[in-house]
Design a protein around this ligand. Sequence first.
Ligand code: NAI
Ligand code: MG
Length: 325
Amino acid sequence: MHTIATIPGDGIGQEVMPAAIDVLEAIDAEFEFVEGEAGEHVNDREGTPLPERTRELARDADATLFGAAGDLAADIILPLRGEVGSFANVRPARAYPGVDAVAPETDLTFVRENTQGVYAGIEADVTADTKTLTRVVTREASRKILEYGFEYAREHDAERVTVAHKANVMRKTDGLFVEVAEEVAAEYGMAYDEALIDALAMHLVARPEEYDVIITPNLAGDVLSDLAAGLVGGLGLLPSANVGDDNALFEPVHGSAPDIAGQGIANPTAMILSASMLLEHLGYDEQADDVESAVLDTLEEGPRTADLGGDASTEAFTEAVVDRL
Ligand code: NAI
Ligand code: MG
């Protein structure tokens, strides 16, 4: 039996986490849930928003579900991603039926390198008026993300794999990334295309339906995955995964939504789809598909939550999903 750490966090995290648990309890699989505390209320009480005992739960679990954080997000979610050894950030962007989308044909997934690049944290004060940043790209980390990306593409029968880079300017760092991409693609016997990051941004807006799996360096993936979220109707519906070697953390892309927190009206779609990604990660492929279908059917047929123009509560929407399971 797999153990799942659940960390609701702040704001609507507290409201959408029970929805994901209800759904996981409704499917044909048994899990042990262990709940971890994190968030502003914990910080007020204990002087840290992420106590060691919660880190330990995430470390020891087979996978973690995280709800949302508020203003202390950086002090909660970044260390938690570290605890699970996350090297890949996986962000599907899919236009859902019944949801207004700028580009309703969009159905693509970003696989973003999540440890290095310009986010390696190597900045320096040269003088008060000059600061520098070191961009780190290693063969090892590049290989890891590219192997993960090609594997992900293969498992999902992706029609196209795109490797994003800017090797024409960052010749050494992205040059290495591209070199490793060629090696890995050859090993997998898979075709792929390369895209310069700036041109890719334009193509994604103009013809998003042509893309399937896009493997990116860290910063580009951060920016472009939000761009894709805009194409499919905003951050509120999208799930994500942070994958490590033998652990992973799944979380909605949205934050704690203080403007609607406490009203029981948050849309649990992103949280439930994050649970679906968790299921797939743990090998429950069929159940993952079932959950996804139940969510998509509910979005299409209703009831819908207020953010999608409906009047269903978080609980009513979740019940409708559970009924379909
Ligand atoms: P947000 O994602 O919390 O909310 C943006 C807008 O989308 C709000 O109007 C909110 O009501 C709506 N929204 C988001 N999720 C929704 C859902 N499930 N159902 C219905 N409506 C939803 O982002 P915002 O307002 O920029 O940040 C609020 C707090 O969240 C800040 O303290 C920020 O630091 C934190 N944050 C945390 C993240 C995380 O935990 N990973 C990510 C983004 C923000
Ligand atoms: Mg971001």
